[in-house]
Design a protein around this ligand. Sequence first.
Ligand SMILES: Cc1cc2nc3c(=O)[nH]c(=O)nc-3n(C[C@H](O)[C@H](O)[C@H](O)COP(=O)(O)OP(=O)(O)OC[C@H]3O[C@@H](n4cnc5c(N)ncnc54)[C@H](O)[C@@H]3O)c2cc1C
Length: 464
Amino acid sequence: MSEPAFDVAVIGAGVVGCAVARRFVLGGARVLLLEKGADLLSGASKANSAILHTGFDAPGGSLELACMQRGYAEYMQIAQALNLPVLETGALVAAWSDQEFERLAQLHAQASDNGVHDVQRLDRAEMLAREPHIAPSVRGGLLVPGEHVIDPWSAPLAYLRQAVENGGRAVFDAPLLAGRRVGAQWRLHSARGHFRARCVVNCAGLWGDRVEAMLLGQASFQIKPRKGQFVVFDKSASALLRSILLPVPGEHSKGIVLTRTVFGNLLVGPTAEEQEDRSRATVERAALQRLIDKAGQLLPALRTMPVTAVYAGLRPASEKKEYRLHLQADAGYFAVGGIRSTGLTAALGLAAHVFDRLRPCLPDLAPPDRVLCSPVPNLAEHRERDWEKPGDNDIVCHCERVTRREIEAALTGPVPALDLGGLKRRTRVCMGRCQGFHCAARVAELSAGHFHAPLALATLDRHG
Ligand SMILES: Cc1cc2nc3c(=O)[nH]c(=O)nc-3n(C[C@H](O)[C@H](O)[C@H](O)COP(=O)(O)OP(=O)(O)OC[C@H]3O[C@@H](n4cnc5c(N)ncnc54)[C@H](O)[C@@H]3O)c2cc1C
């Protein structure tokens, strides 16, 4: 047999797959990660609200809650070593009607049951003292101090980099096409070659049910994509809000959120729209206008603020509300499916859970003596950016103040950017006010020869 052999093959380099790959590498496994996209974060994980949730409003006793809280704790524990930013905003759940105001007591009790004990009730005056720009019609709210904002892209990148630096292998443009169990191993056929693995962890997000059907003959869950559209206001708007402004949650969605980003913008969204298409997350003018109007109702000063960008993401929701985790120990198979709205927070917790459950299938693993841990570049505006550091600061993207040094670093290193979307998510180049109008030619020049598919200027505005 000539195919390379691994202990674990992870399918999918979304935030969950990156975290799972890291966890198994740190546990001593030989790990292969297969990703069908040209770079990591080609699916759901490229577009979210970037909130690190405490789980205060998660279903009590659920695995989702446990994974979120375990993930939150590990994120905080490794943030400094990996240079991951945390914008410590806290959140305010705002009640705008008598009915919502009455539901705060129940939500407060739920937070306490979920182990989030620092939540406080605020009256209208206290809400306005904390957030002077919100609409004065607010009835009251809850303060959730532990909800924070993180960088949704540097976190998974850091997880995968640590996996690769410590011996894991990531292969891109490598959709899994077929797989079968032969004896105690999986024989996997991808577009980039054949591999063997003792166990498979299915982290294929929006395609998780299809991958499971491919491997097991049928799927135990069904993905039902749920789209979320967002509007990004200009950086000047972020001075209008300190906390994450949450609605009183509904039955099916967390509702429309107003939040700052670590990149210095202010974000409103997401919508929650069921759709069949698993690949395309389009934005629609009418939905975006409703978001802009909603943002203006919550924070009236936003009505005069310019919009910098719009985007949409697809949640890998399933036909049930809960996460769809499924171990088939005799087949060395684990599905991490249906990670719809909280996967950024839960990823490290999910990874730890999968490792604990699959560990008996891999009894001979021994953690490495030494673990490499290199920091990711910082893109958060509340911390020192590269352009502020001494040296030759040749700024390529003036909107987001991205230096040539940052672009060159993102094109090399342990997990280099392999397409324009990957470069944007690693540096923020082309993501500011002009959306690449001024810097695109320079970016094309600097990235020449680095991407599998050559960068044509006409494609620049289509990569998100
Ligand atoms: C609108 C929105 C807002 C959100 N807000 C938050 C938030 O504020 N906080 C939070 O914690 N979470 C949030 N989330 C949730 C979070 O983004 C998702 O839970 C998470 O991205 C799901 O990650 P995943 O790794 O399971 O899936 P994905 O990111 O979709 O990763 C799956 C990967 O598998 C690959 N793949 C598929 N099929 C194959 C195959 N055959 N072979 C190889 N690779 C394959 C795909 O290309 C993809 O890269 C939000 C999500 C959305 C959409």
